[in-house]
Design a protein around this ligand. Structure first.
Ligand code: NDP
Length: 433
């Protein structure tokens, strides 16, 4: 804490991971101490922070802060998204980068961990302003990334439009047409099913967890927070598998539709109009919009937090349980507070942490990298099938690591242990670096 003052989210993520690794750490204490292993693990290999000047539509110069946290490259090039949101700061990106290291390890693919972004707020900006920002951001970032070095992707506030502008600028500066970013458009090296991957992957692993615990998704009521990329495609897959999504939200409020969310309308509002969730009730007058937080007060069987960190606290967790919710899987990164996570585990609910549950996005990004290297494009079904198998494999790894350490059913410990073991082995083999 004294080495990283003021980085609350980073401290939270490290505490959560190290607490759940207690049994592994105790068994190897001497070895890890001598190698400074944990000290090296929690210190990013490198953090780049830089000025991002750009000109707004009024001719006014704006200056934002840009970052790339290159956390750990033991098992492959740094890989992780770029987040554009006013809340972005170094501590948040360090927490995300730290989590990413273990998540990427869990996918079984050769990718290290990183994260980046800026406190730029794309909301309400014109396309030209977003382009000006992205070009300036990439002008600096391009010096530190590359297809075999560091491959960023999207995250909150970074979708197809932003990735396009970033890629165009990278190509202009370097003259390289290479897989330096993932989440690209299909006409310039993107992968089919990448857009759907995080949401679909979340529901694939949820389904796997339910099946292994004698439950099923069909016929269940599901509440999903957020209405961005992850929430939309989680909704789509839940509906395909026979579940009913009854609520979605954004940072202003939430909409409840007892008849089940009309996904085409949500896509029209969010992906085409870039509008707000409250517009849903204009077309569905039986649905109810409520301003503010409170989505977790809606009774449901399954909850999928897919918006942002710390959006679900202990009171929310208790309310979910009291209302009959029996399973939670995290589409967002660290959406449950530590207290909420502990409550889920202690109260016997099925709980799949984000590190495992949302790994389908980065896994499919790694599949996009493979396709770029091969100069090939796989079909939607090929990518989707690979994604599905990866999620089944992640479930198996988390479940078996938990069993091995005598904490059966604790997927938080299982996912952390399985991710950690591979990174540690690679770091150990590569010496003190
Ligand atoms: P989007 O920007 O597409 O959507 C984010 C959604 O969450 C929006 O509905 C947004 O509402 C809401 N939200 C964002 N910040 C807040 C906040 N502070 N309070 C309440 N609501 C908020 O992002 P994604 O769907 O891509 O990402 C969602 C989560 O999933 C993040 O935690 C991300 O790190 C994680 N994730 C994403 C992956 C991906 O492939 N996209 C991969 C793995 C994890 P509003 O529009 O009002 O801001």
């Amino acid at each position: 804490v004294s080495q990283n003052p003021g980085e609350a989210e980073f401290h939270q993520a490290v505490k959560e991971v190290l607490d759940s690794l207690k049994l592994v750490i105790e068994a190897n204490e001497e070895k890890y101490r001598k190698m400074g292993l944990l000290e090296r693990l929690v210190e990013p290999e490198r953090i780049i922070s830089f000025r991002v000047p750009w000109v707004d539509d009024n001719g006014q110069v704006q200056v934002n802060k840009g970052y790339r946290v290159q956390f750990n490259s033991a098992i492959g090039p740094y890989k992780g998204g770029l987040r554009l949101h006013p809340s972005v700061n170094q501590g948040i990106l360090k927490f995300l980068g730290f989590e990413q290291v273990f998540k990427n390890s869990l996918t079984g693919l050769p990718i290290g961990g990183g994260k980046g972004g800026s406190n730029f707020d794309p909301k309400g900006k014109s396309d030209r302003e977003v382009m000006a920002f992205c070009q300036s951001f990439m002008t600096e970032l391009s010096k530190y990334i590359g297809a075999d070095q560091d491959v960023p992707a999207g995250d909150i506030g970074v979708g197809a439009r932003e990735i396009g502008f970033l890629y165009g600028q990278y190509k202009r500066l370097t003259g390289l047409y290479e897989g330096v970013l993932t989440g690209k458009g299909l006409t310039y090296g993107g992968s089919l099913a990448r857009t759907q991957a995080t949401g679909y992957g979340l529901v694939y692993i949820l389904d796997e967890m339910l099946k292994h615990n004698s439950k099923e998704l069909a016929g269940k009521n599901v509440v999903i927070s957020g209405s961005g990329n992850v929430a939309i495609y989680a909704t789509e897959k839940v509906q395909q598998l026979g579940g009913k999504v009854i609520a979605l939200s954004d940072s202003n409020g939430y909409v409840y539709d007892k008849d089940g969310i009309d996904l085409n309308l949500i896509k029209e509002i969010k992906e085409v109009r870039r509008g707000r969730i409250k517009e849903y009730v204009d077309a569905h007058q039986s649905a109810v919009y409520t301003e503010g937080k409170g989505i977790w007060s809606i009774p449901c069987d399954i909850a999928l937090p897919c918006a942002t960190q710390n959006e679900l606290n202990l009171d929310d967790a208790k309310m979910l349980k009291a209302n009959g919710c029996f399973a939670v899987a995290e589409g967002a990164n660290m959406p449950s507070t530590i207290e909420a996570t502990e409550y889920f585990l202690e109260s016997g609910m099925l709980f799949m942490p984000g590190k495992a549950a949302n790994a389908g996005g980065v896994a499919t990004s790694a599949l996009e990298m493979s396709q770029n290297s091969q100069r090939l494009s796989w079909t939607f079904d090929e990518v989707d099938e690979k994604l599905h198998n990866i999620m089944i494999d992640i479930y198996a790894k988390a479940a078996s690591a938990a069993e091995r350490y005598g904490v059966k059913g604790n997927y938080v410990a299982g996912a952390n242990i399985a991710g950690f073991e591979k990174v540690v082995e690679a770091m150990t083999a590569q010496g003190i670096v």
